[in-house]
Design a protein around this ligand. Sequence first.
Ligand code: NAP
Length: 492
Amino acid sequence: MNEKKLLDICVGGVWRPGRGEAYASVYPATGQPIAHLRAASVDDVHEAVALADDAFRRGEWAQKKPHERAWVLYRVAQMIRERAEELAQKQRLDNGKPITETRALVASAAATFQFYAAACESLEDSLTPARGDCLTMSVHEPMGVVAAITPWNSPIASEAQKLAPALAAGNAVIIKPAEITPLMALELAAICELAGVPAGMVSVLPGKGSVLGDALVRHPLVKRVAFTGGTRTGKQIARIAADKMMPVSMELGGKSPTMVLADADIDHAVNGVLYGIFSSSGESCVAGSRLFVARPLYAQFMDRLSDAARRLRVGDPADPATQMGPLISEEHRATVERYVALGLSEGGTIRTGGKRPEGKGCDQGYFYAPTIIENLSNTDRTCQEEIFGPVLVAMPFDDEDALIALANDSVYALAAGIWTRDYKKAWRIGRQIQAGTVWINTYKQFSISTPFGGWRDSGLGREKGRLGIQQYMEQKSIYWGMNAQPLPWANC
Ligand code: NAP
């Protein structure tokens, strides 16, 4: 993958270089380029949307019977599985996640296509209770061209999460992957084509979001945007969508609280808190980045947690023993470093980490050590803003009411974790926490059949779940007269 051959992008089913600037995808563990391509241009956006709209209107896909579309999606799932190891290795090179994580992401992408194939062929429209001699029903229709805009942290999984339900619903889809991680979306488009999705129904336009993403969102033929990324970008897109009265879904940022109660199973909680923040190097929307520990347990828990954080294996993403790889880019590492400096300036103290790790293959890539900061207040910026890196802020709490108030005191409301042996407390706290997902005695567990999304600045709408398909459809009510009785004004 290192030769300077330009990768083709997919513009309305035509594979060719983009008309935008040349750039390279870089392996974050070494800083070396692993693939070269030309980005799409705004003209490519217009061409892809026009071809997608044509392909959609031809009806070759949208008018297939659901079980026929499902069969193609099953094939996509199967083909992802057949190439799972190759895709996992490619994803590792594209964004530097450890191979154990990229294998899981590839498996999840296959499972997503399988799930939406099943959902597609079993989705029911409904007959609604009539209030007259009519057959009344609620049905769903595909929307047309859907834009899927994705970030760099879990490409194949987040792209599959949009592509599979949008295709299952009968739409054409244009993916705008993160500029720096274009490879998995291109692979998914190629697999869809081989599996039998008609040409033009899937396009992939790598390049700058502020240019291409913006052009896509504004395009009059784009009827729906599914966005995952930062809250600021999400709000910009939502404003444009409001002018078009276009439905959007927003999977945005987080600053999720993870709460360790005095009666928690300490081993289990240490392990869960570590995994919650440091897996994926903290580059995870649901990272449990604000830790609250019951005051009586605080000192003991923090000793155990910081020891364990120091022992995490940070290094070569290709090594299955590695637990934490590099950050995505030099620029992002610099952002993380600025936040750690901010934490110190706000009065925080570093319990562990707070620097670049040395040795063990960490000298070339964008590595940063697992970091825990204490002695901050929940109102400090370091505790309120999303860092999206391996940085945990830890604070003690005194009682349940104070804990709930602290946990909910954030503009974000994506996820939360509760560690306790007391099922009554877990239920009480779990119901009062404002978040799209609450994990109790576990963290970062996902199921494609369970809806996912955030409250407040963490998002709008839900992905996943059987009814996830309907997020990509317009609802329509049909009243069908069952007799020839004149209507009230039929008197002339
Ligand atoms: P980002 O900067 O918002 O970018 C996300 C995507 O939007 C990228 O493809 C980006 O293109 C594109 N984009 C940028 N500006 C745009 C614009 N004006 N119009 C249309 N598209 C535009 O976010 P990121 O830094 O890649 O990702 C990290 C963020 O994603 C974090 O906040 C994280 O919490 C969030 N996230 C949320 C979830 C969730 O499910 N809730 C999951 C994963 C990540 P470029 O590549 O050119 O920037």
